[in-house]
Design a protein around this ligand. Structure first.
Ligand SMILES: Nc1ncnc2c1ncn2[C@@H]1O[C@H](COP(=O)(O)OP(=O)(O)O)[C@@H](O)[C@H]1O
Ligand SMILES: [Mg+2]
Length: 360
């Protein structure tokens, strides 16, 4: 298995730059997720790593070797396309053998590699079964097996669960992560689904408009987002952003929102301008009977042990997570305030977090 490194990687199509000056090191055996909205350059990045697209500039390394300009077939990397694109009329054994037959491996070599992959994936007991008779999890194993027989250094997957319904998808996420761990693979996995990314990844790179904004462990991305974009892309329900027209100074300990004094973390930088945002996740707000920011209950979502209450305020809708046993009426006047010191201030001009230790 392998380390993948990309250095100042760039890809332009005519005068449009789809991937801008990207730098990443994906560690050996890591499950690494590229996450971002549609069109942000995930597939293009992955295709460059695979060798299906050549970079306009920059370099790609597989372990010590530079592979930037090598063909896909020379890279020892397996691109797992749609996980379910198997040959349904063939049995498992022939599906696994197919890529090796295409590459004209000898019969004994094919047999050995098919058995090896089948054992690793625990499908050696169903080698004669037809694909059409298999359950989803087994099909996924076969699809991975088809990549595995090539003994690649890394697996690349581009939204492999894209078309599945959500319940099945959750199960497949777990399966896929387990398979990754079983075979000690290095995996680069592309998705636009933040929940999928959060549940599977060792580390996530959040992309937007061709740029990698942050690459960190899921908990760091969630708790210490370096920019408002990253903060808004991760978490469900999403982080609240309360705008305020006030410059922030380095040693400031509170800000004023609608005449209410709100404490802010004191480890921050000066803001570049007057328009900034206070970012607070719904679980870090609480309802109070007085002294908070005012609003009216707009909606209540019941989630079992918790409720999410949406509050209409003069600066937009704010979501607060509360206990299920708290009863509220629509249109009721309420007040809310941070329940801890986990707020983040975002610079309205640069989009960056002002919390200094998030940026290091
Ligand atoms: N072959 C191509 N020619 C021109 N533009 C392309 C090509 N491939 C991708 N793009 C553009 O590059 C941007 C990034 O595409 P892509 O990497 O597929 O994004 P993602 O996978 O994140 O949805 C998009 O705006 C897309 O239209
Ligand atoms: Mg894509």
């Amino acid at each position: 298995m392998a380390t993948i490194k990309i250095e100042n990687l760039q890809k332009s199509f005519a005068d449009f730059t789809a991937v801008k000056n990207s730098n990443l090191t994906i560690h050996n055996k890591e499950f690494f997720v590229l996450l971002g909205p549609s069109g942000c350059g995930k597939t293009t990045t992955l295709r460059m790593i695979a060798g299906l697209e050549l970079p306009t500039s920059g370099k790609i390394y597989l372990d010590q070797d530079e592979v930037s300009l090598l063909r896909a077939s020379e890279r020892d990397i397996a691109f797992v396309f749609q996980l379910f694109a198997l040959y349904p009329h063939m049995n498992v054994k022939n599906n696994l053998a197919f890529p090796l037959k295409m590459q004209k491996y000898s019969r004994t070599e094919i047999k050995e590699r098919v058995m090896e992959a089948a054992k690793l994936l625990r499908i050696d007991n169903i080698l004669d079964a037809k694909i059409s008779s298999l359950a989803g999890g087994d099909r996924q194993r076969v699809a991975l097996g088809r990549a595995l027989v090539r003994r690649p250094k890394a697996f690349l997957m581009d939204e492999p669960l894209g078309t599945l319904d959500s319940e099945f998808r959750e199960l497949m996420c777990l399966e896929l992560r387990k398979l990754h761990d079983d075979i000690d693979a290095t995996t680069v996995y592309v998705t636009h689904d933040q929940q999928e990314a959060m549940s599977m990844a060792d580390r996530i790179a959040v992309m937007n408009e061709g740029e990698i904004l942050q690459a960190d462990a899921p908990s760091v991305i969630y708790n210490k987002p370096k920019s408002k974009f990253v903060a808004s892309f991760i978490g469900s329900p999403a982080m609240n952003f309360i705008p305020f027209n006030q410059a922030v100074q380095k040693n400031q300990t509170e800000i004023n929102i609608e005449g209410v004094k709100i404490k802010i973390p004191n480890q921050h930088e000066n803001s570049a301008g007057q328009e900034n945002f206070l970012g607070i996740r719904p679980e870090n707000l609480k309802l109070v009977s007085n002294g908070g920011i005012s609003g009216k209950v707009f909606g209540i979502e019941y989630l079992g042990s918790r409720k999410i209450v949406t509050i209409d305020t003069s600066f937009g809708k704010i979501k607060v997570r509360i206990d299920s046993n708290v009863n509220l009426d629509i249109e009721e006047n309420v007040q809310f305030t941070p329940s801890n010191n986990n707020q983040i201030i975002f610079d309205g001009k640069t989009d960056k977090s002002l919390i200094s230790d998030f940026l290091s």
